[in-house]
Design a protein around this ligand. Structure first.
Ligand code: AVJ
Ligand code: FE
Length: 441
């Protein structure tokens, strides 16, 4: 990216803006007007709010700030400020109608493209390497994933369709040893990395063992069938209290028929739980309970990133597990091309040098780490993206899901959420401390 000419950079930005908008459009054209303005869950905004909020952020950063243009609709700024209104309350606001929203986002886009054409992408940190445009591309794509989660919560007949992902087979080695020692975590050079991924810093990670695949539905079902939800031994005190008060008995969207077979509802379709897919829609507490039951634990955030980026041959940290090239469909299940995680082993070309598979795509992976800044963190360009959440009760998730766009995920990308959340596309993989018999550390 740093090697692109200004013209190539503009073309790339315009292409990604168009791609993101195509997805936002598909997600909002799939349902009728009543559905667009409805509250499908108190955890989510009405879809029409997400769409206008996408436009509003684009207007603030690309049209007003980068472009130096007059506001289009200053009177609606507050409505679409995520900090002024909780998700649960947005349905009560005097929002733009779906038709007004579509007109608004199209007008913003036209002006943003004009700003792209007429702004020098250098001389100011906000625009260097097209950062502000990359930030807005990623912001729209993040809301596309949020809207996909809203679709998953929506009742009624299926409206989203996609071909199934390629099949897979569990990797032969079920776990690998990651040797101990320092590695470089985070980045100071990735042009569109967000503030919380910076700066690059060396972390000494002792040897550990990590699973080559995420925990599958078959494996998770064994935990359910073994009474894992009834045994407080596997849960922390906090996790057990939540398990009881929320009445958790299985992942979200699972149900059992009379014969005891588990089914799950996905985008309006009820189907038997597919054994070989990574489990999805589990909260942090469920992930941690499973790991303890299995005699393992969740990886720390540093362990996850070392497994994903460390190249033992060179000692370097890669951009992605497979190397430095941007993701292709052969590497990872990303971008809502398939509306489900791929089976374990479906993307061997995306493996890390040590043979850890599907770290990128399929399901977000819970780590045991809380949400904290890296040493040397600097807010850029605004504190409400990352900083205001540091130190809360959040846990870090890594790697992106089938709902995450390629431009919105990297080996360094950090996501976070409350430990009780499971409407997101969240799964996990297990790790453990290395033992002498695992080999040289
Ligand atoms: C990074 C996924 C936690 O959706 O809350 C979107 C992304 N920030 N708009 C979120 C985000 C502002 C954020 N996460
Ligand atoms: Fe947002």
């Amino acid at each position: 990216d740093t090697a692109l000419t200004p013209e190539q950079l503009r073309t790339r930005v315009a292409g990604l803006l168009a791609e993101s908008r195509a997805r936002s459009t598909a997600l909002t054209e799939a349902v009728d007007e009543a559905d667009l303005v409805a509250q499908h869950s108190p955890l989510m905004s009405p879809l029409v709010w997400d769409l206008a909020h996408i436009g509003s952020q684009e207007e603030l950063w690309l049209v007003r700030d980068v472009g130096g243009r007059e506001p289009l609709r200053p009177e609606i700024d507050g409505l679409y400020d995520a900090f002024q209104h909780s998700r649960a309350s947005r349905v009560e606001l005097p929002l733009l109608t779906p038709a007004e929203t579509r007109t608004y986002v199209a007008e913003v886009r036209e002006k943003a493209l004009d700003a792209l054409e007429h702004t020098r992408l250098t001389g100011r940190r906000l625009v260097e390497h097209g950062f502000a445009f990359g930030m807005i591309v990623q912001h729209e794509q993040q809301h596309d994933e949020t809207m996909l989660a809203t679709h998953q919560l929506r009742a009624g007949a299926p409206v989203l369709h996609a071909p199934p992902p390629p099949p897979g087979r569990q990797p032969a080695a079920r776990e690998v040893l990651v040797p101990g020692g320092p590695f470089t975590m985070g980045t100071s050079t990735e042009p569109w990395a967000l503030d919380n991924e910076r700066p690059a810093h060396v972390v000494d990670v002792p040897a550990f063992v990590i699973d080559t695949a995420a925990v599958t539905n078959a494996e998770y079902t064994a935990f359910v069938e073994a009474g894992g939800y009834d045994d407080p031994r596997w849960w922390t005190e906090e996790g057990w209290a939540h398990r009881v008060s929320a009445g958790l008995v299985a992942p979200q969207f699972w149900q059992r028929d009379g014969s005891g077979t588990w089914y799950r509802r996905r985008f309006g379709v009820l189907e038997p739980v597919p054994a070989d897919e990574p489990v999805v829609h589990v909260c942090f507490h469920e992930a941690r309970a499973y790991a303890r039951w299995a005699g393992k634990r969740l990886p720390t955030e540093a362990e996850w990133e070392k497994a994903a980026r460390y190249d033992p041959a060179t000692g370097r940290s890669r951009r992605y597990p497979w190397g430095d090239e941007d993701p292709t469909p052969a590497h990872a299940n990303l971008g809502q091309r398939h509306l489900q995680p791929a089976a374990a082993g479906a993307h061997p070309l995306g493996a890390s040098p040590l043979g850890v598979q599907q770290l990128i795509g399929d399901v977000w992976e819970w780590t045991s780490s809380g949400w904290h800044p890296y040493p040397g963190f600097e807010v850029f360009p605004y504190p409400e993206y990352s900083q205001v959440f540091f130190g809360g009760d959040y846990r870090v998730l890594r790697g992106g899901s089938f709902g995450t766009a390629p431009a919105a995920i990297r080996g360094t990308f950090r996501n976070w959420d409350h430990p009780i959340r499971r409407q997101i596309f969240s799964g996990f993989r297990c790790a453990r401390d290395a033992r002498p018999e695992d080999g040289p550390a």
